[in-house]
Design a binder for this molecule. Sequence first.
Ligand code: ADP
Length: 462
Amino acid sequence: MKKTLFNTSAARITRVYALLLMGITVILSCVIMSVVGLKQFQVQRQQALGIVRGLKRSFIANQNDWYWWRMGSWADTKSTFIRISVDKSGKANRYLYSPNAKAFLATKSRGTVHRLTHNIHYLENTGLYYHVRASDVSTSAKDPTVRYDVWMKLNGVTNLLWLLIRLILLISLAFLLLGTWFIYLLARKLNQPLVELTGTTKTINADISENYQRQLPVPASPQEVHDLTVEFNLLLHSLSEQEQADRRFVANASHELKTPIATIRGYVSMVNRRGDAHPEVIPTALAFIDKESERMQRLVESLLTLSRANQLELTTSAVDLSTIITDTAISYGESMGREIQLEVQHHVIAQANQDSVEQVLTSLLNNAQKYSPADTPITVKLAAVGKTLTLAVADQGIGVPDAEKDVIFGRFYRTSSVRNTVAGNGLGLAIVHQLVTLSHGQIVVKDNQPQGSIFEVILPRQ
Ligand code: ADP
């Protein structure tokens, strides 16, 4: 459960956002601090150099010069320390200090100093400072050599940088919390349609009594979820249709089997009841039982064929269809005593499954024979045009009404005109349709002239 919660898109988007924000904050902080720090160090450096320039311009050589210089200087003696050493040949070095400079130098000599750069040093317990040294070297014996040392505390800079770090951290934290929350809500809102979709799908899965008839509510946005739902609904629709067709098929098959079984049982019970007293009924009963059991056998065989055709994967090879069609038609005509006219193009070689071609033709001839008068001819045509070939069986029988031309290929479908007059189970054309589809072809029924029907099978040659 916990794992699922952390694996949701909302959680993942939020994680990525938080990481991104953290990354940006770190980079931005580094850049801001480097720029501000550098700028501040430059300012301090300029100030230190400015002080040195001012000192040099004032020609400080004694206490008096130094006093006047200090009167006009703006340097903050709490953070800027100046020491001037006046070196006159023959005399001991004299030092002039700005206020607090002596104390600073005493601390410096006691503490440990780390030189970070040539000018920037770190004094433990005191902090960073900037040191500039310059000299006025004497050119004559009477002028002294003066050396200027300026130390500037960089506390202002470090304080500013600390303030900046704290501010950036505070702002980033606020953004991180608010932003993460906002992103989480947004991601959840975007994923809400998906969550609802999953919920409805779960309900459908849980309630199989609905037989996939329920459709998912289609959200207007986001587009991806909208498209997914539409496709899913199409899938549900076709599953529902398939399920209904399967139910109809089972109901029809049971119904078709029920009739001959009831008839057989009826005759068996009649023989039981009256067989002893009236033995003459026995041959009639046996004849009916024989006829009905034959009907059952045909039905079961057709069902088996259909079920096999449903799972079949046809293996094809290059065959001479002209010969196969001619041989099958002639042998069928001879066995049924019907005149079969042949209009077969010679040497039509095609990539096909011989058994299924024979089965399709036999089924179509069987129907033509059943649904047309015995004295009318049946025509079998085979023609190859381009990459397709057409096999047609035409008769001059009762024909198929326009309204039923599409549905006669359905399982157990029989037109009303033949339902009680001609024997059959409505599976022949379903099997033919299945075999033709497996061969990547099509089958259509057209009207023949002046009457009857033409069943046309169009197959690819390769
Ligand atoms: P069956 O012939 O056993 O009824 P089929 O699946 O072979 O089953 O045929 C389905 C229906 O199509 C038939 O019941 C019949 O109404 C119609 N049909 C098939 N072939 C022809 C034909 N040649 N002429 C007229 N109707 C036909």
